[in-house]
Design a protein around this ligand. Structure first.
Ligand SMILES: C[S@@+](CC[C@H](N)C(=O)[O-])C[C@H]1O[C@@H](n2cnc3c(N)ncnc32)[C@H](O)[C@@H]1O
Length: 287
């Protein structure tokens, strides 16, 4: 059979994805093509013609994406703050907005030697591994309640350590357990946390509802239950001058900072917006 222009296969993929209601049809079509061809997306213009089996492989993945299977489940990986994490069924796919917590956290520990860092609710290991990658001297702890998520985190942590990064320390546990990391009480420089925070019944796209684990997304108490637990744990773990950054729902731009400010040991409470201008995460320092 004849070779075909890749451009046409991508245009056809975009049409299918747009009809299916995918929010970023061009990016997804190009990323699927790049995945099938084993090249970076930016190199696609260097591939003018493709063989029929390539077009067929692109078509199969596009059909799955049109059923709203997340792109990262199809490719098997997610880029996050300069690292690549393996992801799939059973673990939350790291989101770009969470990279803002990495940026804030790295700024906070800048100039501190051998900082102790704790990632509560680690999922795939995203925050812990991104910080460990940038700060090889950091002692990084991470915890999750879900054994499936932890299996992904262990896999990613082993892979990153095998590539030469300092290993992180992973634990199974509940942020609501007030003895968690008791050995670190008052010793921690930075606590980061992207907890489940969507109020139950929230309106979400199929990629989230059907593929992210529910306990990674929804939380009781109007979405604030795990945020509240993370704040309490941070108060106990942080040393004086230590900092905490917690992601929250964009409807919690007042409630989350108020919850943090209700803890007298935490000072300099600030809420931060994402690039789209939505309230996204709260930070504070241990006074
Ligand atoms: C929104 S995901 C975030 C994962 C990762 N930090 C990220 O940003 O990609 C929330 C994670 O919190 C975990 N989790 C939910 N409730 C928890 C709890 N009470 N204690 C510890 N982990 C919890 C879930 O299993 C899930 O992996």
């Amino acid at each position: 059979m004849k070779r075909q222009p890749l451009r046409l296969a991508i245009l056809e993929a975009m049409r299918i994805l747009e009809d299916a209601g995918v929010s970023s049809p061009r990016a997804d079509a190009e990323l699927i093509a790049a995945h099938v061809l084993g090249v970076d997306r930016g190199r696609l213009p260097l591939v003018p013609l493709v063989d029929p089996p390539v077009v067929e492989a692109i078509g199969k993945l596009v059909a799955q994406r049109a059923k709203r299977v997340p792109l990262q489940h199809l490719t098997g990986w997610a880029g996050f703050a300069g690292i690549t994490l393996d992801v799939g069924p059973g673990v939350f796919i790291p989101r770009p907005e969470t990279e803002l917590l990495v940026e804030w956290g790295l700024r906070h520990i800048h100039g501190r030697e051998y900082p102790v860092v704790v990632d509560l609710c680690t999922g795939s290991g995203a925050l812990a591994l991104a910080i460990a990658h940038e700060r090889p001297d950091a002692v990084v702890y991470a915890v999750d309640i879900d054994p499936n998520a932890l299996a992904w985190a262990r896999h990613n942590a082993d892979k990153q350590a095998a590539a030469g990064d300092t290993p992180i320390r992973l634990y199974s546990g509940d942020v609501g357990d007030n003895t968690i990391f008791a050995e670190l009480d008052g010793l921690v420089d930075l606590v980061v946390c992207n907890p489940p925070y969507v109020p139950p019944g929230g309106d979400l796209p199929p990629e989230v509802v059907d593929f992210d684990p529910p306990q990674a997304v929804f939380a009781p108490d109007g979405g604030l239950a795990v945020v509240r637990q993370a704040v309490a744990t941070a108060c106990r773990l942080l040393k004086r001058g230590g900092g905490v950054a917690i992601e929250h729902d964009d409807t919690h731009g007042s409630a989350a900072p108020a919850l943090v400010a209700s803890r007298k040991v935490l000072t300099d409470v600030r809420d931060h917006h994402d690039l789209a201008g939505r309230p996204r995460f709260v930070t504070a320092l241990r006074g």
